[in-house]
Design a protein around this ligand. Structure first.
Ligand SMILES: Nc1ncnc2c1ncn2[C@@H]1O[C@H](COP(=O)(O)OP(=O)(O)OP(=O)(O)O)[C@@H](O)[C@H]1O
Ligand SMILES: O=C(O)c1ccc[n+]([C@@H]2O[C@H](COP(=O)([O-])O)[C@@H](O)[C@H]2O)c1
Length: 207
């Protein structure tokens, strides 16, 4: 176990110790914005997380348009999210991975004993059934979903929500999500934030 740990630290990966609950917010962050910060703070509180790691993706496999260069997105993400319990990382690029199911498998190997929770906005739950090997994600880690304007109904009616309806955790129990045995997922109706990277790009806000 120590060997794998040292390996993760040598690669500059964030530190986590066995027993900690770490939320993973994967995203294009093209660019990062106040909505990401908002859901991260809500997730820390609502899902009882010790840490959140932002996984700035090399590129969403379902998005045809390539994002801005990774270094630029990382830099903006680090300027945007400043919190002692949040780390902004490019772990996926370092591991040469872009499919979430593979990333989760790799992180669980690198960090034995750490409890991971996959985080996402409601728009992503609505699409989850299109992700590579999506059921293995639900079976591997608990999933925390945060409300997003316009996407709550699509998320609730989604294929993933229907297939895993028995495994939905009531919002009042969501603070224990990280220690639950998967499949387990919770949808929390946090106050919503309207920011989106698409809107920022459309307004030339990257400049
Ligand atoms: N305002 C928001 N409210 C709730 N969840 C959000 C919000 N913005 C982003 N997210 C979630 O954060 C994660 C990363 O999002 P992403 O980097 O794709 O930002 P985005 O604003 O959705 O980008 P784009 O408009 O390019 O699709 C996703 O799970 C997404 O659902
Ligand atoms: O694994 C997949 O097939 C897959 C398909 C679409 C999106 N994802 C992941 O979902 C996260 C959110 O993506 P995005 O572009 O909406 O920010 C990010 O970590 C992506 O790598 C993953």
């Amino acid at each position: 176990m120590l060997g794998r740990w040292l390996h993760a630290m040598r690669q500059g990966f964030p530190l986590a110790v066995p027993g900690q609950v770490v939320g993973l917010l994967g995203g294009s962050f093209d660019p990062a914005h106040a909505g990401h910060v908002h859901i991260t703070r809500e997730a820390l509180r609502r899902f009882g997380l010790d840490r959140v790691w932002w996984l700035v993706s090399p590129g969403n496999p379902l998005k045809a348009r390539g994002p801005a260069p990774l270094d630029r997105r990382l830099e903006r993400a680090r300027e945007t999210m400043r919190h002692p319990r949040v780390a902004v990382t490019d772990i996926e690029a370092q591991l040469g991975l872009r499919y979430t199911a593979q990333t989760i498998r790799a992180l669980r190997r690198h960090y034995p004993g750490v409890h991971f929770v996959w985080l996402m906005g409601a728009d992503n739950l609505a699409q989850l059934h299109r992700w590579e090997d999506w059921r293995s994600i639900m079976e591997a880690v608990p999933v925390g979903v945060l409300a997003r304007p316009g996407d709550r109904i699509a998320a609730r009616m989604s294929r993933a929500a229907r297939v895993y309806r028995q495994d939905r955790v009531p919002a009042a129990e969501a603070h224990r999500l990280g220690r639950m045995r998967p499949p387990a997922w919770a949808f929390v109706n946090v106050p919503m934030h309207g920011a989106s990277s698409t809107a920022i790009r459309a307004g030339g806000g990257w400049g």
